[in-house]
Design a protein around this ligand. Structure first.
Ligand code: ZN
Length: 370
């Protein structure tokens, strides 16, 4: 058994409209910069896997376009029509969700890549898999794209898994620094899917991802938000794994785990204010795998989300890939030395307080998950 990897050069050809973001044009008073979401971080992550030799140890999972039927597993017909109707010219599916001419062909390749990753682990071709896709997906809701996400890749793949393999329990662990609002919205009333999002408190989308959003109807108790204060580091994230994620995995006993994997909680990221570095992502992956191991080893599929610092993101990605595959390259994170010893890496009282509130919810909902 091996670790699968989804990559397609065309993911790098997706274009965000550079005029779309205020951070790019800076109000028109300074020289325009580069769109924050661009191919650099993703390409460097792939380059590092190649340069380190790790790529050769991974099983290549090809991308393919998601079909209309697959996109409709999550999105509405109106959404699909609007999206496809703009493919030739390029267009937008919502705030910061722009694409260039032919961009929807790439969007379909991203969603299809994650579906293929899910198929590869459920068919047991691979033990686990990472889909390094672009554009990302976790902000997209059934009716709208948002925050660089056009369609919700992870959610489409999850619905595909529920239908095709008759699964009953899928767990999402979204550790992108921004709230996984789209995934939350899609599965809010669905008790088959437990969605957990660890994110920076009230970062993006604004006013999204509060503790009180716990699901509704039959899905009540199947959505957990862990909004961490800005400045959280290793101590806080490990505590969340220990007190929230591990008990949830053990109680819910998922048959598949999907990780919308963003690296924008990294200490250098321009779109987050957290303090992580490669070894923390390695440790979170190790803990997730160990927890899965106690409940029959459900496969883990990670789909790429954010991470906007071009060079440090690659090393956080490498650490996750090393842990998933069990292969060590011996390459160290050169950025860790600047972040690791910073004050605030150990858990702080106000962070403990925030995690306590979610831990109480975990205890409240555990009987329902069992
Ligand atoms: Zn993000």
């Amino acid at each position: 058994m091996a670790t699968g990897f989804v990559w397609d050069e065309r993911y790098m050809w997706h274009q965000n409209d550079p005029t779309a973001a205020a951070v790019v044009t800076a109000g028109g008073f300074v020289e325009p910069g580069t769109q924050t979401e661009n191919p650099d971080t993703k390409r460097r992550f792939k380059n590092l896997l190649d340069a380190s030799g790790l790529s050769r140890k991974l099983v290549d999972i090809p991308a393919r376009p998601a079909t209309d039927e697959e996109i409709l597993l999550v999105h509405s017909q109106d959404f699909l029509d609007r999206m496809q109707g703009q493919n030739e010219t390029g267009g937008s599916m919502g705030p910061l969700a722009n694409f260039g001419p032919g961009g929807i062909d790439i969007v379909r390749l991203a969603a299809g890549g994650v579906i293929n990753a899910v198929d590869a682990v459920l068919d047991k071709t691979c033990e686990n898999a990472y889909a390094l896709v672009r554009p990302c997906g976790h902000h997209a809701t059934p009716e709208m794209g948002l925050g660089f996400a056009i369609v919700n890749n992870g959610a489409i793949a999850a619905r595909h898994a529920l239908e095709r393999y008759d699964l009953e329990r899928i767990l999402f662990l979204d550790w992108d620094v921004h709230h996984g609002n789209g995934t939350q919205a899609i599965f809010y009333e669905d008790p088959r899917v437990l969605t957990i999002s660890i994110h920076q408190d009230n970062c993006f989308p604004p006013q999204s991802g509060t503790i009180s959003d716990t699901g509704s109807g039959k899905g009540e108790g199947y959505n957990l938000n862990v909004p961490l204060p800005a400045g959280s580091g290793r101590g806080a994230y490990v505590d969340v794994m220990e007190r929230i994620v591990e008990p949830a995995v053990k109680s819910f006993r998922p048959q598949l785990i999907i990780v919308p994997c963003g690296f924008d909680a990294g200490g250098f990221d321009p779109l987050g204010r957290m303090l992580l570095y490669a070894d923390v992502f390695r440790e979170m992956t190790r803990r997730l795998m160990a927890a899965a191991n106690t409940v029959g080893n459900p496969p883990i599929v990670m789909c790429h989300e954010g991470g906007y610092h071009a060079s440090s993101t690659a090393f956080m990605g490498l650490a996750v890939m090393e842990q998933l595959s069990g292969e060590q390259t011996g390459i160290e994170d050169p950025f860790a030395m600047f972040i690791k010893e910073m004050g605030g890496q150990d858990i702080q009282p106000h962070q403990t307080q925030a995690i306590d509130a979610v831990a109480r919810l975990v205890n409240q909902f555990k009987p329902r998950w069992d």
